[in-house]
Design a protein around this ligand. Structure first.
Ligand code: PEP
Length: 249
């Protein structure tokens, strides 16, 4: 049985006091939920504060990015070992905003995935097509090549530790969600691609959907056979919305 996982990506939002307030309410309302597994990914500055408040709950801590080196002259970057010392378990890699605004390529994502795994962090690897790619019938080509490139040189044991997030770029932060059927089609394609590359372990890989998931559309998406959770942006900043998404599993 693969795990249902709901992760909140807070992006560049939330001061430390706002983070504390948000996470205290989450711990109160969903802190003991075991299914789905719940992850929150605050900005780097709030990781320590949030971790202290999560202790004793079932909610896990994730980061939104990391650099593909453990230390050195990389001004402004954060390494996997730094994240681990704070108690971070998961790390989002290859988010479309990183790919678009910070020119991250599949190659860079792949280096990060490898170092995250070697270090003991569990990656959430994001893939997704742009609107023009979907409209010109290239969704499977784009997703297939992102999967191959971002998950290069890994074996089935590595794949056991990875979460894949399918996030159509045209649905992120836009209020447009893929219909459950549209999302299922791509999730099934991704699972097939993972099966070709890694064998039966593909059936165990959690594939999250992301893109304007909210309290009132989560249940429909999560009821699809290959949708195993959600990566939630905007709605993860609102306690009632995020709780509703978690409770719709
Ligand atoms: C995201 O950034 O991963 C995301 C899915 O954002 P939103 O839920 O706001 O579309």
């Amino acid at each position: 049985m693969r795990k249902m996982i709901i992760a909140g990506n807070w992006k560049m939002n939330m001061t430390n006091s706002e983070s504390s307030e948000l996470v205290k309410s989450l711990v109160e309302q969903i802190g003991q939920v075991e299914n789905p597994l719940v992850i929150v990914c605050p900005p780097y500055t709030a990781l320590s504060v949030v971790k202290k408040l999560l202790d004793g709950s079932n909610i896990f801590l994730g980061a939104q990015n990391m650099y593909a080196e453990q230390s050195g002259a990389y001004t402004g970057e954060i390494s996997p070992s730094m994240l681990l010392t704070i108690g971070t378990t998961y790390v989002i890699l290859g988010h479309s905003e990183r790919r678009e605004y910070f020119s991250e390529t599949d190659r860079m994502v792949s280096a990060k995935v490898k170092l995250a795994l070697e270090s003991g962090l569990l990656p959430i690897v994001c893939v997704g097509e742009k609107l023009d790619e979907r409209e010109s019938g290239k969704t499977e080509d784009v997703i297939g090549s992102q999967i191959d490139g971002s998950l290069a040189d890994l074996d089935a044991d590595d794949m056991k530790k990875i979460i894949v997030a399918y996030e159509p770029i045209w649905a992120i932060g836009t209020g447009k969600t893929a219909t459950p059927e549209m999302a299922q089609e791509v999730h099934s394609f991704i699972r097939g691609r993972l099966k070709d590359r890694f064998g039966d372990i593909a059936d165990e890989v959690t594939i999250q959907y992301g893109g304007s998931v909210k309290g009132d559309n989560a249940a429909g998406l999560l009821s699809q056979p290959d949708i195993d959770g959600a990566l939630v942006g905007g709605a993860s900043l609102k306690v009632d919305q995020f709780v509703k998404i978690v409770n719709s599993v």
